[in-house]
Design a protein around this ligand. Structure first.
Ligand code: HEC
Ligand SMILES: [Cu+2]
Length: 357
């Protein structure tokens, strides 16, 4: 009976262990994961991850087998031990053959451990070198400047022609298959740029410039996240990398380089007046108007973005209204103050902002 109970318990234990193991591994998969690489840099990191995973799993299994074998052997030893009559002298029977075998096993296991760690070291060195060195001819590289702010991302596209430079926020468009150099810095504290499908993490440090080469080979919208604790809204400091065909990218780029569309309807015109005569102009830019402050996201083409507030909200009228009136209840502590607007003014402002394609 006791035996059966014990067996049942070990069975349950094994089941629980398997469930925990499965749960842990399920956290590794999914869309927004390093194990779902979409570019050459992330693919290298993924390979390294799998190497470590397989080797460590093999080590784990071998250690468990060794443990079971030794437990079973120890039990057999006690079961077959003959009772020795007690004497004054404790009976010590060193078994030189066994001792020697144990030494060999311990030395062997230590050597294998050192070897494995050395292999990991070499593999991670080569991975690090491959993903950080500029493999690309400079004339093929698209340069994008990314500046971290508490708690959003400023994104600036350089161009040899000044009129084609522009700034946007939180959504980074890149052409598929083209190498991109991200030149990154921070305006306030240390942030870290991490889009797991595309590359590893890279810190953004105030007063310093850090660089990251990325390339995305599959069209799609990939989420990224600030990966260095940077204050109250760190968790809501997300971004998207939108990889699209070179044609779509160029079309997007051309339209972003334009100044904002002029308001058409009366309501949109009134909305623009509301924007330009309230505090908004102290922080935001809308190119083509007098609003030219750089404390906050550039709103010139706000309506062309799918999300806002650093990936926190989908860009819909309802969310936008809530944000403009009281962003503090949505993203507490963020640097945009609440606004008390007449409801007509608010509606007009929303009409204006939603037209900024
Ligand atoms: C004191 C500076 C300040 C003022 C004034 C201000 N904002 Fe903002 N605004 C911000 C900051 C900072 C953010 C980014 C917040 C974040 O995501 O953490 C922001 C974000 C936004 C966004 C979302 C942009 C995006 O793409 O994520 C909109 C829209 C916006 N503000 C509209 C307005 C309007 C309309 C007004 C005037 C009624 C206004 N803001 C006044 C600082 C300001
Ligand atoms: Cu951050």
């Amino acid at each position: 009976m006791r035996m059966m109970k014990g067996k049942l318990l070990t069975q349950r234990g094994a089941l629980a262990l398997a469930a925990a193991w499965g749960l842990m591994l399920s956290g590794c998969g999914g869309v927004n994961s390093s194990l779902n690489s979409v570019g050459p840099q992330a693919a290298r990191i993924e390979k390294l991850w799998w190497l470590m995973f397989y080797v460590c799993s093999a080590v784990f299994v071998l250690v468990m087998i060794a443990l079971f074998v030794s437990v079973i052997r120890a039990r057999q030893d006690t079961a077959t031990r003959v009772e020795i009559p007690a004497t004054d002298e404790p009976e010590l029977k060193p078994e030189p053959e066994r001792e020697r075998r144990m030494t060999r096993v311990v030395v062997g296991a230590t050597a294998v451990t050192v070897l494995i760690i050395f292999v990991f070291l070499v593999a991670s060195f080569f991975t690090g070198r491959a993903i950080s060195s500029p493999l690309y001819a400079p004339q093929n590289v698209l340069t994008i400047e990314v500046t971290g702010h508490q708690w959003w991302w400023e994104v600036r596209y350089d161009d040899a022609t000044p009129s084609r430079m522009f700034t946007t926020a939180n959504e980074i468009h890149v052409p598929v298959g083209q190498p991109v150099l991200l030149q990154m810095t921070s305006r306030d504290v240390i942030h870290s740029f991490w889009a797991p499908n595309i590359h590893g993490k890279k810190d953004l440090i105030p007063g310093k410039s850090s660089t990251l080469y990325i390339e995305v080979d599959h069209p799609g919208m990939y989420r990224g996240q600030c990966a260095e604790f940077c204050g109250h809204q760190h968790a809501n400091m997300g971004f998207y990398i939108i990889a699209e065909s070179p044609e779509d990218f160029n079309r997007w780029r051309d339209s972003q380089a334009q100044p904002a569309v002029s308001p058409v309807t009366d309501s949109q015109k009134r909305g623009q007046q509301v924007f330009l005569t309230s505090t908004c102009v102290m922080c935001h830019t809308i190119r083509g108007t007098l609003a030219a402050a750089t404390e906050a996201p550039d709103l010139t083409h706000f309506a062309s973005r799918q999300t806002f507030a650093a990936g926190t909200l989908p860009n819909t009228r309802g969310h936008l209204a809530g944000w403009v009136v009281d962003s503090q209840s949505i993203k507490p502590g963020n640097h945009m103050p609440p606004n008390s607007l007449e409801s007509d003014d608010l509606m007009a402002l929303l009409d204006y902002l939603e037209n900024l394609k």
